[in-house]
Design a protein around this ligand. Structure first.
Ligand code: APR
Length: 320
């Protein structure tokens, strides 16, 4: 059987890390696409030359031609401009919307059967626009946010409790941004929910609130430190986890920005929810029950995402 083909649209910091991870994990052959000439070719060659030492056989190719992504099984999109210090995700809207048009059309014309994972920010609006421009089925176009947000939450919780990150599970809902909703009562250490751990004296409500806030600000914290770009190791790893779930039909329960039409009382929009990812793409939206406070936070997040989508429609009326 031929190896799966993974097309990475955008060969910047995240794109290069994605290519490296996909090769090391032997998820398939990798095509790195970018408009910058030489960058995808150089990164593909550099990573390919790590093959003998690392011991992988994946082929890597860099290109500036969409024809080379033909027949891709997975496309991961990072094309665009990353956030700079002081810039909100929403500032990026206008610039990256134009990029999504070019990328969506490139995927539509060359890899219409692919499972498409969007990483470009502002995420919830960009994944929606990418789906609109590409015309692919909604269940095959998804945004990477929740896996990263919950990974950050899990990391901070593991430090607080001094336990393995593997034993911490965390649930994050809503938009990828300041309004994201970390669900404390659905987050656990070895199955013990966080509120119980407060009762057991493992932490305090105040410390937990601070961790929730740090999770919400997780992207900005890295931007502030790096000064010349945004996070890329953890975002790339999160998208690879989603790609692997699709390619291996793992039926993983992963939070991501998915098309929600009916669940959560929503009528057709992209927002972060728990999903099942398998060979059919988004196979199920997991419609968990929210209490009043959680519902309010989720509604707030949904409203923020709607505002971004409306702003996109204002910029490009063909999206209306
Ligand atoms: N088509 C293809 N590639 C493009 C296009 C386009 N129309 N426009 C820009 N690019 C490429 C750039 O040439 C660059 O190589 O996208 C790449 C983006 O890479 P970086 O600037 O290094 O950004 P990165 O850190 O990888 O983040 C990419 O993910 O998390 C988000 O906010 C982040 O939106 C940003 C995206």
């Amino acid at each position: 059987m031929a190896r799966p083909k993974i097309a990475l649209i955008g060969a910047g910091q995240i794109g290069g890390t994605l290519a490296h991870l996909a090769a090391i994990k032997e998820l398939g052959d990798v095509v790195l696409f970018d408009i910058a000439e030489g960058v995808p070719q150089g990164k593909a060659l550099d990573i390919a030359e790590s093959g003998p030492s690392e011991g992988f056989d994946a082929r890597l190719k860099g290109t500036n031609d969409y024809a080379d992504i033909a027949g891709a099984d997975v496309c991961i999109v990072t094309a665009g401009v990353p956030r700079k210090p002081g810039m909100s995700r929403d500032d990026l809207l206008g610039i990256n919307l134009k990029v999504m048009k070019a990328v969506g059309e490139g995927i539509r014309d060359n890899a219409p059967d692919a499972f498409v994972i969007c990483i470009t920010n502002p995420l919830d609006a960009m994944v929606w626009a990418l789906r609109e421009y590409s015309g692919l089925p909604h269940e095959k176009v998804v945004g990477m946010a929740g896996v990263l947000d919950s990974a950050r939450f899990r990391h901070f919780l593991s430090l607080e409790f001094d336990v393995s990150m593997k034993d911490v599970t965390a649930f994050v809902l809503g938009g990828h941004g300041d309004t994201m909703v970390p669900l404390v009562r659905y987050s656990t250490v070895g199955g013990v929910p966080l509120p119980d751990l407060v009762d057991m004296g493992w932490t305090t409500k105040e410390k937990l609130d601070a961790i929730v806030q740090r999770t919400r600000d997780g992207g900005a914290e890295i931007v502030g430190l790096l000064k010349t770009g945004s996070a890329y190791y953890a975002p790339a790893t999160s998208a690879i986890e989603m790609a692997e779930a699709y390619l291996k039909d793992q039926k993983r329960l992963l939070p991501c920005a998915a098309w929600v039409n009916g669940a959560y009382g929503l009528k057709g929009m992209y927002v972060g929810v728990p999903t099942i990812i398998g060979a059919d793409g988004i196979e199920r939206i997991v419609d968990i029950r929210l209490d009043k406070a959680e519902q309010e936070m989720f509604d707030n997040s949904v409203a923020a995402v709607r505002g971004l989508v409306e702003a996109c429609q204002g910029i490009d009326p063909t999206l209306a």
